[in-house]
Design a protein around this ligand. Sequence first.
Ligand code: FAD
Length: 409
Amino acid sequence: MRKILIVGSGQSGLQLALSLQEHGYDVTVMSARTPDEIRAAWVTSTQCMFADALAIERAHGLNLWDDVAPRVAGQGLSMAGPDGERALNWIASWDGGPAQSIDQRVKMATWLELFEERGGNVVIHGVTTADLNGLAKLYDLVVVAAGKGELVQLFDRDASRSPYTVPQRKLSVSYVHGQEARPERPGTTDVWMNFIPGVGELINIPGYTLSGPCDIFFVAGLPGGPFDAFADRPPAAEQLRRHLELFRQYIPWEYERAKNAELTDGKAVLVGGYPPVVRHPVGELPSGAFVLGMADVVVANDPITGQGSNNAAKCAESYLGSILENEDRPFDRTWMQATFDRYWEHAQWVTKFTNAMLQPPPPHVQQILGAAQSNPKVAKRFVNGFNNPTDFQHWLFDPAKAEEFLASV
Ligand SMILES: Cc1cc2nc3c(=O)[nH]c(=O)nc-3n(C[C@H](O)[C@H](O)[C@H](O)COP(=O)(O)OP(=O)(O)OC[C@H]3O[C@@H](n4cnc5c(N)ncnc54)[C@H](O)[C@@H]3O)c2cc1C
C-alpha cells in the first residue's frame, strides 16, 4: 500500500486525504492544531464555494452541511456612485446550483475527526523543513498543503506568473448574526459584491458558523484608503463598529440592513492581506528528496473573487486523479511538475481573472458590467464565471471578444 504524507489540514489537505483514503491509500495528515483547537481559533476565511467545487465535495461524501447551511442562490453587484447612490445594481443566479460558505473552523475540525474515525493517521505537529527532511524518506509521496504558512519557503516564487509583489487589498472580515433581509430581495439569500471606486469592496456572504447560519462582511480596502482602517488590529467589537461606520458612509444601502448586527462569537473577525503569488510546485529538501506543493502553497490569489477554497478543492481533485493514474510508479520530480501543470490548465484562468479584478476595470469591462444592468444574459454569464473562471478567456479578457459577445446577446 502506498504511503502518503500530507502536511496541513485545510480545504485541500483534508479533501485529498479523505479522498485518497476512499481508494485505500495509507495516508498521514500532519496538522498544526487539534479539531478542538481549530474550533476555538479565530476565523480564517470567508470560504464561499460555488457549484463545481461543491460537486467535488459531494462526490466524496464530504457535503455534511447541505441541510443546515444557507443555499446561496445568486450573486448581486452594486457600484457606488458619487453621492452614495448605486450607479449599478443587478443580480443573477448561478446555473449550476447554489453556493455555500461553511466556516473553516467548523468544516476542517469535522473533516479532521472524520479522517481519523475512518482510520487515517493524524499527527498534531507544526511541521518544519527539518522535520520534513527526516520524514520524507518514510513516505512514497509528501504533499505540502500548509496554505500561506512558513513552509511556502520551500517553493520558489514564479516571477513570470506573479505580477504583484505587495498586497493589493487590506482585508478585514466580521461574522455576524442579526443582519436584516435585503429589502429588494425578500426571502432570498445572495452573495452581494459592492464596489466603491477608489476605496475598495464590501462582499456580503451568507454563511454557516459555529452557532448556525450567519452573514459575513468581507471588506477589501485599497491600501492607504478609508477601508484600510484595521492595521492596529482592534478588538473584535471595535472592528465591527468600524465596519458599520464605513458602510454608513460609503454603502448606505448595506448599512441599513447591517446596523443591528452582532458578532457571532469573540473570534469572529480577521485582519490581513497578502501579495498574490504563483510558486514553482516542487520543493527540494536538504536531503535531496522532493515534495509537492498544493493549493495556496503554489497558487495564492487575492480573495477578492472568492476563488481560493474553490481552487483548493479543484487542486486536490486534480492531484487525486494524477496520484491514482500514477499507480505504482515513482512520484518523482517529473511527475510532480506534470501534476501541477495539469492543475495550472485551470488555475491560470482563475489567476488571470483575479489579478485583473484588482485593477480598475478597463473600458470593455465597464461596458460589460453596465450592460448587465439591463441584459440578464450578460449578468448571468459574468456571475457564472465565478463558478468556472475558465469561461472568461472566451469573452471577458479581450476587448474584441467582449464586443462580439455583447453584439450577440
Ligand atoms: C479574508 C479571506 C477571505 C477569503 N474568502 C474566500 C472565499 O470567499 N472563497 C474562497 O474560495 N476562498 C476564499 N479565501 C481563500 C481560502 O480561504 C484559501 O484559499 C483556502 O483555504 C486555501 O486552502 P489550502 O488547503 O491551500 O490552505 P488552508 O485552508 O490555509 O489550510 C492550511 C492548513 O495548514 C496548516 N499549517 C500551516 N503551516 C503548517 C505547518 N508548518 N505544519 C502543519 N500544519 C500547518 C494550517 O494551520 C491550516 O490548517 C479567503 C481567504 C481570506 C484570507
